[in-house]
Design a protein around this ligand. Sequence first.
Ligand code: SDX
Length: 443
Amino acid sequence: MARLYWEDENVMTDKPQKTASLTLDGKTYELPVISPTAGPDVIDIRKLYAQANVFTYDPGFTSTAACDSTITFIDGDLGELLHRGYPIDQLASKSHYLEVCFLLLYGHLPEAGELETFESLVTNHTMLHEQMVHLFRGFRRDAHPMAIMTGVVGAMSAFYHDSTDINDPHQREVASIRLIAKMPTIAAMAFKYTVGQPFVYPRNDIDYASNFLRMCFAVPAEDYEVNPILARAMDRIFTLHADHEQNASTSTVRLASSSGANPFACIAAGIACLWGPAHGGANQACLEMLNEIGTVDRIPEFIARAKDKNDPFRLMGFGHRVYKNIDPRAKVLKESADEVLELLGVENNPILQVAKELEAAALADPYFAEKKLFPNVDFYSGIILEAMGFPTSMFTPIFALSRTVGWISQWKEMISDPAMKIGRPRQLYCGEVARDYVDIENR
Ligand code: SDX
């Protein structure tokens, strides 16, 4: 892995070093500045507490680089997203999900033989341990599929003991393949369980996206032919959600993994975090919002609510911590929405019209322009998924399925770094200082 300016904790390369001066109580501290290959410089504060007995304060991590990484780069002002240097729009149009998985995991586009071997590995690990099937029966039929996925993925550590030793590179590799291969099977089984249909087992003679569609929509009562248009759209959605730098769920996976917890437990933690409506749960919340708006004439009412400080309502699928320009994934998904809905003969879908009119109205409104709020990945994805036949409750499970490779790639990068430490943030304490206990009769 390409190391940054500092080779490790104490050895510095011979490059000229920039520093930042911090003066506190009349004393000046010179803090090293590390320059990345792209993006802003970082001020290295690893020794600040030891030197100056102060913490930095950044509750939402808005100005904090929690790690160094070579996997994904985002430029929020340009609306740029690169995976190992390759722009997301090129990967979405020219590559496919399993090739992007290889790229994220191993850092380069595979040669033909490498890709064939990787795809064969994934294909031959899509089945679940048969005993895990019983786990689903412990849930109520109306359980949210994300609740089921969180539970079943965490339980994988009870079934795949031979790939839980994070210090063994071979076991890390096996766990990575198992998770990427089995996530579609688990997501599809969670869906089937909630709709009361029998589980459909994966097949080895169809591609990854087709397998997922078949496991979701095939029934024993009749043959199921995968629509190649839907398979291509599904694969593209997987690709667009694969990784996204240090977002909340990836940071959750990194923090959980830093304690040495097994990969299945850490990915389950990532699934739980992604579920939130401010994060991956926004795709479900966005479509529910669009359905609530219902018709174009109600858009002004919802725009007004989103701007009203006294109303907690926010436009779901809008805004982003990093993107202050349109999310490049939203741009691709908007094009895909037009294409898929037309091919499915539902191009006049009133909800797509509401989404497009809502986007236009918001982008024309000074409030959204000033706060640089643009559609994000969750704004159009739900429209496509609904047109493909998925209920809104399956939107975030599909996001989780897609993001598993990103979580795994970031996990492998961190775990294989010899300088890795357990993550342990400090705090700005504003509570009571030490005081003596008072017996109840004296209170
Ligand atoms: C994902 O991080 C990632 O990379 C995530 C993700 C990934 O691939 O992993 O890209 C996936 O999570 C996309 C985001 C999905 N979430 C939503 O669509 C939910 C709606 N969006 C917001 O809740 C919000 O925009 C966030 C959570 C996405 C970002 O929040 P921030 O960066 O903390 O911004 P903020 O809450 O401080 O908002 C800044 C201002 C505020 O107004 P002021 O207090 O300054 O007056 O913008 C306003 C907010 O009220 N604002 C919105 C808004 N989002 C922010 N106002 C109306 N509607 C919105 N959607």
